[in-house]
Design a protein around this ligand. Structure first.
Ligand SMILES: *Cc1c(COP(=O)(O)O)cnc(C)c1O
Length: 300
C-alpha cells in the first residue's frame, strides 16, 4: 500500500547545548517510493488515478524523483515516462541502480542531450520535448524534482503528523527545488498559525539565489510563518562532498544506526549538529530533523 495513516517514527538522537535533537524517519514511509518524493507525488498520483493520465517527468541518472515516480506508477498501475538528462544513457550498459529500477518498474525512458534537457522548465516551447510528450495520449507533466502546487499539499501533511508526535521548536529540512519546504510552511500555517515552529531549510546547491523566490511562488502562506534558509552547508554544491562530510556520515551511521545519503540528508544532519554546537542562546529546545529519504541513490 502506498498511502497509510501511520506516522513515520520520530526518534531521539542527542542533546547538544540544551538542544534535544530528534529525527523523523520519513524514509520509512514506503519501501521503494520513499521519503519526501512520495509526499510530493501523493496528490499528483491520486489525480492521475482519476484522469487516467500518463505521468511524465524529468531527472538525471540518479534522480530520487524519477525512482519514486516509476515505482509509484508500478504500484498503482499508472503509466509513467521519464525524460532523462544525457543521450549517452541510451546505452543500457551505462545504467546505474536508479535507471535499471525505473525501467523494471515499466517507466518508459527517453534520453535527451543536455541542451534539450535545459528546456525542461518550458516544455511547451521545446520541439524535442513536445515530440516525446506527443507520443502519449492524455499526459500530465510534472516538473523536475516533483515540485508543483499539488506536491505542496502532500508535503504539508508532514506537519500534521509531527504535531501528533511531539512538541518541536525547530524543524530542519534539506532543500533542492524547495517544494518540500514550501509544503512544510503551508503545513505550519494550516495546523497552527501561531505555532512556535521555526522552519530552517538547508540548500544543497551552491549559490542557489532563486530558491527563496521559488519557495514563495509555491507556498501560499510564506508570509505567515517563521522560516529561513541557511546557505552554509552545501559542501561545494550539488552532489559534491568533502572528507569531513564522508567522515561525518560514517560516524553518524555508527552512532545512531540510521542511514543517510551524501547528497541531501548528510548535509542536513551535519548542519543541524553544527548549528547546535555553535548555539549560544542557552535555551532548552526540541529540534527535529526531517529525514527526506534519498537512500535509493546510494543503492548498488
Ligand atoms: C529531492 C530531495 C530533497 C529536496 O526536495 P525539494 O522539495 O526539491 O527541495 C531532499 N531530500 C531528498 C532525500 C530528496 O530526494
Amino acid at each position: 500500500m502506498l498511502f497509510t495513516n501511520n506516522p513515520t517514527p520520530i526518534v531521539y538522537l542527542d542533546t547538544i547545548n540544551g538542544k534535544k535533537i530528534y529525527i523523523k524517519q520519513d524514509y520509512l514511509n514506503h519501501l521503494t517510493v520513499s521519503g519526501n518524493k512520495l509526499r510530493k507525488l501523493k496528490y499528483n498520483l491520486l489525480l492521475a488515478q482519476k484522469s487516467g493520465a500518463t505521468l511524465i517527468s524529468f531527472g538525471g541518472a540518479y534522480s530520487n524523483h524519477i525512482a519514486a515516480l516509476a515505482s509509484a506508477g508500478n504500484v498503482l498501475n499508472l503509466p509513467t515516462v521519464g525524460i532523462i538528462r544525457g543521450q549517452e544513457l541510451a546505452d543500457k550498459s551505462r545504467w546505474g541502480h536508479t535507471l535499471k529500477t525505473a525501467s523494471d518498474n515499466e517507466m518508459q525512458l527517453h534520453f535527451v542531450s543536455r541542451s534539450v534537457y535545459r528546456e525542461k522548465d518550458f516544455p511547451d516551447t521545446s520541439p524535442e520535448i513536445q515530440q516525446i510528450i506527443n507520443q502519449y495520449p492524455n499526459t500530465t507533466v510534472i516538473p523536475e524534482g516533483g515540485s508543483n502546487k499539488l506536491s505542496v499539499f502532500g508535503s504539508a501533511e508532514i506537519i500534521a503528523e509531527c504535531e501528533q508526535q511531539g512538541d518541536f521548536d525547530r524543524l530542519f529540512c534539506a532543500c533542492g527545488t524547495g517544494g518540500t519546504l514550501a509544503g512544510l510552511i503551508d503545513g505550519v500555517a494550516k495546523q497552527s498559525p501561531m505555532s512556535q515552529y521555526h522552519l530552517i531549510g538547508i540548500p544543497v546547491l551552491k549559490g542557489h539565489t532563486g530558491l527563496a523566490d521559488d519557495i514563495c511562488q509555491l507556498s501560499q502562506h510564506h508570509k505567515e510563518v517563521n522560516w529561513q534558509l541557511n546557505h552554509n552547508y552545501h559542501f561545494g554544491g550539488y552532489a559534491k562532498t568533502t572528507n569531513e562530510l564522508k567522515e561525518f556520515i560514517i560516524d553518524f551511521e555508527n552512532k545512531y544506526k540510521i542511514p543517510i545519503d551524501p547528497i541531501y540528508t548528510a548535509k542536513l544532519c551535519y548542519a543541524v549538529f553544527d548549528l547546535a554546537r555553535k548555539n549560544t542562546d542557552s535555551l532548552s529546545e526540541n529540534w527535529l530533523i526531517y529525514h527526506s529519504g534519498g537512500l535509493q541513490g546510494i543503492a548498488k
